[in-house]
Design a protein around this ligand. Sequence first.
Ligand code: PLP
Ligand code: SF4
Length: 335
Amino acid sequence: MITAKPILRQVPRWQQELAHAIHDPAELLRALELDPALLPAACAAAKSFPLRAPLGFVARMRKGDPDDPLLRQVLPLAAELEPAPGFVPDPVGDLAMQAAPGVLHKYQGRALLVVTGACAVHCRYCFRREFPYAKTGCGADSWQPALAYLAGDASIHEVILSGGDPLALSDRRLGALLTGLNRISHLKRLRIHSRLPVVLPERVDDSLLNLLAHLRLQSVLVIHANHPQEMDDSVRAALTQLATTGVTLLNQSVLLRGVNDAAATLIELSEALFAARVMPYYLHLLDRVRGAAHFEVKEANASAIMKKLRQRLPGYLVPRLVREQPGQPAKTPVW
Ligand SMILES: *Cc1c(COP(=O)(O)O)cnc(C)c1O
Ligand code: SF4
């Protein structure tokens, strides 16, 4: 008898790691030897925005410490459910700004593409935690409407892939998109905003490096790290490979109470980033999204922290403190 052999398509290692990310609050508490009394609140808060954290990221957290700066970014807390005036579902007003399905064209010369709603980690402070991705064109099988929009506006020189996390796309889908973008002759730069090189550095594999190495567009990757403890050997190795491939590396952070709202922490972060060939870019004031009020740092405190950074770091290692103000033609600097 002849049996048909199933076609074995190899699942890349990073996708296997992603599939094993922790999404059960009980499992996270167990793995970190934390008090089970945290569980009911974590489950309640996870209902509106589920927990998600890759095992490799969890491994960088300290056991038995409920205030660990990495844990605080991912553990759902009761505080998220407390109403806070001024904290709203879409603080940035993105939904009204779509120029074409999945395209946000707010700033001159740059257009941002929301290419997926998926992320490898769910950051509790994320301004898109309630973003209705289904109402955008993202996740559709075709990039055609977005590509047609970009092709039709010669003033756009830079395309920014965002989400969600664009590197959560498979290389097949990402590759198809990059091929389309590469063909639009007035585009000069491809920028990717991604937290994957930090939370799941396995994503930076030969296949991805190969895609990036063969672009006509100059490529910039803006990673997202908030605390020096996020930078371990695996992250440094991934970033070094990207830099060697010719990708310009920048970092953006969000200023978060209880995570990185201390000058010493941010100085250490800038040093750690530069050691991994990454330049600090933006330090964002928190967007006032519902459920994130407990992360807010007052503007006066933020300015005091920045003053210390400017005194203690070379100018090129000081990130720009900015806030997002709906309707403005650029991010607004804060001093
Ligand atoms: C932040 C943002 C950009 C990029 O701004 P830069 O200052 O160039 O980093 C572009 N488009 C949108 C919609 C944004 O929110
Ligand atoms: S990775 Fe970025 S988009 Fe995804 S949850 Fe975190 S901050 Fe939000």
